[in-house]
Design a protein around this ligand. Structure first.
Ligand code: ATP
Ligand code: MG
Length: 392
């Protein structure tokens, strides 16, 4: 029945003369998202984006499921489009309504749009006329309810075609990836950081990732897990460049020179500094972490203050005020949860102190660090960095 998907987008409609940049990006991202299924005709017409379902008409649900994942899409509607003919439009409306009756819908209304003023009816008259035609045909198998209908039959009479649609599959909203700069995300193998990356990407930011490990103290498997997460994120972000940095030598050096309870916070500061350095090499404008206030010892306000002070790039922490249960819900929705919960050791857990400082003081931490050759440790780690690109 359906032969087209109507892609609705919200915020990008208000971006003035930048609008076409956003729309073109959205079209490209929709095409990318659909590429594993097949080649689709995706195009813009009268401020809307359409996807011809073509040979995938039968599998339209699967196609819609993919389109809805593209950031910037507010909703996507399966529709039927045909050559411009008012009587044809009425027939299509009837066909759609019959389908809805079969699905068990008990009330409906008609809304109309007249994009072609050559039609003598106004859009209101159109709605009345089509609704009358529908009632005549379906009799009392469904009732009209203009206030609170279960089903709305949208009818459009356009310059080149007519179209009807009813359902909307909600999208995630946001802005098309690639329209708001680039950020370097600190990606551990846990639940939080993939969600944080996804949230920032949702605002149109391109994501690059950096992962720290302590191989051979952390396993190959734990890196495998992070690669899997990067691959899942690439589905939303288009492409994720993953930088893998071994910080074993740094952790050893901290272990030798600093107090045990400061291990985590000092390692975290190194991670941030390295992320910033690599981020700047990659033209990133910000860093992203999955931190949330009070979740663990290093994420107290004092801990976050010390972490923050190690870098000058802005640090985006989209999960800062979220509970774990809220974060898990998003992780499940976006498909990272199952990978994140595979038990693997993290470089932080391998060297984690028995009782980490919960209220670190920045001046003390800086003093502890001063015995380390910070610059050399960072440079050596970056020199041995490995890079992998995940494309969707
Ligand atoms: P996550 O679930 O994302 O692992 P977490 O609750 O385990 O987070 P921490 O281990 O304290 O919290 O890490 C806080 C943040 O620091 C992470 O969300 C991530 O952004 C960053 N981070 C921690 N460990 C690593 C790592 N090995 N590589 C890259 N980033 C890391
Ligand atoms: Mg972690």
């Amino acid at each position: 029945m359906y032969n087209i998907a109507i892609v609705k987008y919200g915020e990008i409609g208000v971006k003035g003369k930048n609008r076409y940049i956003f729309e073109n990006k959205l079209i490209k991202n929709v095409k990318n998202m659909l590429a594993p299924i097949g080649k689709f005709n995706v195009y813009k017409e009268y401020g809307r984006i359409y996807v011809d379902l073509g040979e995938y008409a039968e599998d339209y649900e699967e196609v819609l499921e993919e389109i809805k994942k593209v950031f910037g899409v507010v909703g996507v509607c399966p529709g039927i489009r045909a050559e411009k003919d008012y009587d044809k439009l009425k027939q299509l409306a009837l066909q759609l309504l019959e389908e809805k009756i079969e699905e068990g819908s008990e009330s409906f209304k008609v809304t109309s749009r007249r994009g072609d003023k050559s039609l003598e009816l106004t859009s209101q008259e159109m709605s009345k006329d089509i609704a009358g035609f529908l009632v005549y045909n379906v009799k009392d198998r469904i009732k009209v309810d203009v206030r609170n209908p279960e089903t709305t039959i949208h009818c459009e009479y356009r310059q080149n075609h007519v179209m009807v649609y009813s359902d909307t599959v909600p999208g995630y909203g946001g802005l098309p990836v690639g329209t708001n700069g680039r950020a370097m995300s600190l990606l551990s193998g846990g639940i939080d950081s993939p969600v944080a990356s996804w949230m920032v990407a949702k605002r149109g930011v391109e994501i690059e990732a950096i992962h720290f490990h302590s191989y051979p103290f952390t396993s190959e498997k734990s890196q495998e897990k992070v690669r899997d997460l990067a691959q899942i994120l690439a589905k939303y972000c288009g492409k994720v460049r993953l930088h893998k940095v071994n910080i074993l030598e740094i952790q050893k050096a901290i272990g030798v020179s600093c107090k045990e309870e400061e291990m985590t916070i000092i390692s975290r500061r190194f991670m941030m500094k390295i992320a910033q350095r690599v981020g700047e090499m990659r033209f990133c404008d910000a860093l992203v972490t999955g931190e949330s206030i009070g979740q663990v010892a290093s994420q107290t306000i004092q801990g976050l203050t010390c972490t923050n002070a190690s870098v000058s790039l802005p640090v985006f922490r989209p999960l800062i005020a979220m509970d774990k249960s809220e974060i898990i819900k998003i992780a499940q929705k976006i498909g990272t949860f199952e990978t994140s919960v595979i038990p693997e050791e993290d470089c932080c857990t391998v060297f984690s102190p028995k009782s980490p400082v919960t209220k670190p003081k920045l001046d003390r931490i800086e003093k502890s660090e001063s015995s380390l050759d910070i610059e050399k440790l960072i440079q050596d780690a970056i020199d041995n960095m490995e890079v992998e690109v995940f494309e969707f």
